[in-house]
Design a protein around this ligand. Structure first.
Ligand SMILES: Nc1ncnc2c1ncn2[C@@H]1O[C@H](COP(=O)(O)OP(=O)(O)OP(=O)(O)O)[C@@H](O)[C@H]1O
Ligand SMILES: [Mg+2]
Length: 317
């Protein structure tokens, strides 16, 4: 058993296991998060991301296992844990009938701020999250991006050192997503420890210092984005024949270098696991098929993810 009060760890998770009926939602999940780190918990639908966050934020008591947030035991000291965390859930907790400002003031009052303090904090956050112009409009009229920003602001009404963000950008357009990314980076620069869940690999790549990949309640991989890409073989080789009709022939020739992925739209064949040494052999094995292009590139996190979980997060099996 490791020390429960390790000051360098913002979050420690040890063997969390939880069942909902027949579904094993968490299966011996263990990992740590250092103070000031941004960790992306990445996984397809139903992987166990929200369940993990719910245990860490004291909303759910697991069947077994232990966890500490800022040194506090989530099972033995739930109140102390709640004092050191902010949580933005997967589904917004805002009141549509109230204005943005009224929502933030309400959250402040619920967290025991005085009227004046709650109002000052609301105005501060509305300015910071670019919502000052919409402050006196009803939240029911807000766009998805504005709601997500307000939801995040609401969870920050009382500052806390550890922030949980459950799918902060799901359903947002690229511009709103980029705006939220900027906010998350600013919060990281403020020194917050952040655990965010996402199904967007690009998001984890953009924001997270470290990624924990979870699938069917189990941690299947853990590392920096670069380490995970390395794990998937290091390089992908992309071959584009001049004649589209020779695509299948190319795929057959490359089969000994890994499972070839044929993309008829781009007229290319990709093998995910090809090192720089393989390039000469690949060209030789293509045996004179005329090429428009051949290149080596790092695998995308999508390819890594596919390899680790056997399913794409955008198109769950
Ligand atoms: N309250 C519940 N009752 C029954 N089953 C549940 C409950 N909450 C979660 N589950 C099941 O537990 C598993 C993990 O769910 P969880 O919500 O943690 O997944 P997730 O990774 O957050 O997925 P998503 O990306 O869809 O949000 C799923 O199979 C889900 O159906
Ligand atoms: Mg979820």
């Amino acid at each position: 058993m490791r020390a429960a009060q390790d000051g360098t760890q913002a979050i420690q998770i040890e063997g969390l296991t939880h069942r909902f009926g027949d579904v094993l939602a968490l299966d011996e999940v263990s990992f740590d998060v250092s103070v000031g780190e941004v960790v992306g918990l990445l996984g397809p639908n139903g992987a166990g991301k929200t369940t993990t966050i719910n245990v860490l934020s004291t909303l759910l008591v697991p069947d077994s296992g232990r966890a500490w947030v800022a040194g506090h035991d989530v099972l033995a000291e739930p109140r102390a844990v709640r004092d050191v965390i902010s949580l933005t859930g997967q589904f917004a907790a805002l009141d549509d009938m109230l204005t943005g400002r009224e929502n933030l003031i309400l959250f402040g009052r619920l967290r025991s701020l005085s009227k004046a303090e709650a109002a000052a904090r609301a105005d501060d956050l509305l300015g910071r999250f670019d919502l000052a112009d919409a402050a006196s409009k009803r939240v029911g009229t807000y766009s998805g991006g504005m709601r997500r920003r307000l939801d995040l602001a609401a969870s920050l009404v009382v500052p806390a050192p550890v922030l949980f963000l459950d799918e902060p950008t799901t359903g947002l357009d690229p511009r709103s997503r980029a705006e939220l990314w900027t906010i998350v980076r600013e919060l990281r620069d403020d020194g917050l420890t952040i655990m965010l869940t996402t199904q967007y690999l690009e998001e984890a790549d953009q924001l997270a210092d470290r990624i924990v990949v979870i699938d069917h309640g189990r941690v299947v991989a853990e590392g920096t984005p670069a380490e995970l890409k390395d794990r998937a073989g290091g390089y992908a080789c992309v071959v584009v024949p001049v004649e589209l009709s020779r695509l299948d022939e190319c795929a057959a020739a490359l089969a000994s270098f890994g499972e070839p992925a044929v993309d008829r739209d781009t007229g290319s064949v990709t093998v995910a696991d090809a090192g720089p040494d393989a390039l000469a052999q690949i060209i030789a094995s293509l045996n004179g098929i005329e090429l428009a292009d051949i290149s080596l590139r790092r695998p995308t996190l999508d390819e890594v993810f596919l390899q680790l979980t056997g399913e794409s997060p955008e198109n769950p099996a």
